[in-house]
Design a protein around this ligand. Sequence first.
Ligand code: GLU
Length: 310
Amino acid sequence: MSQKITKKQLNNWLEDVKPLVNQGKIASYIPALERQDPNDLAVSISYVNGDTVSCGVTKKTFTLQSVSKVISLALALMDHGEEYVFSKVGMEPTGDPFYSIAKLETSNPSKPLNPMINAGALAVTDMIKGKDVSERVERLLNFFRNLTGDSSIHYNTEVATSEFDTAFLNRSLSYFMKQTNIIKGDVEELLEVYCKQCAIEVTIEQLSTLGAVLANNGKEPRTGRELIPEHFARICKTFMVTCGMYDASGSFAIEVGIPAKSGVSGAILGSVKGFGGIGVYGPNLNEKGNSVVGLKLLKRISDQTQLSIF
Ligand code: GLU
């Protein structure tokens, strides 16, 4: 396993990829995301012993978007256990874009193929326990607060509202799954919880801390306190490998080899068992929805430190 990366090394790698920040495009289907600064670039590594090294725009916060799906899956597993969760959502990659509706109708049994695509993530968020929307959102927020050790974690209201108002596709997926009995609760309430979950804001260091907990088998790095049962942390990391980088998960596994989950905000969460968590952020995305500079940085980190798990 690789040794620790110094701040100087990390900064050099960040400077190397900086000329690429203008390649790609910011996600615009959620209107508020367009306000992100395309020049932003940040990277952080949190080791399983709790040490952290970060460079770039380290003070800025950004929304997690699909990165949150890994963590909501962990909470749903803790709320209901494996058997129930996987009776509603599958374990297989799709090869389709994250928003695709196609396989919901063609696959049999009619359940979303995995928890990392939108249909599957919506089904997972539907399972988060709580008596109403605010209790469910509060439980999600508290889970993120525990994992990052920061009680001020919250969602960005503007991004959540912007997504809720324009979530036509996610509404369609959810109403379809309501019909097929995958979604149990009220669809509008589900969308409110889901959009707030996706709009949860973190700094780059908090992003890498999430990865460090997973890398530490679900335990808090400094204290060793269990935050996620080890088996569930393993399930989350496995989905990151097979489905975390949209329909580019296969090539990413070959080229980089780090379990990772990408979000349309330009955030990518990496986690390497026994090593730590890696967070990268750069809002311009390639055609698959992955941060262009984020991919380059992760490849650089993986190459230079032999971090590929394969
Ligand atoms: N909130 C976004 C959506 O559901 C997340 C998508 C993503 O980051 O992949 O469309």
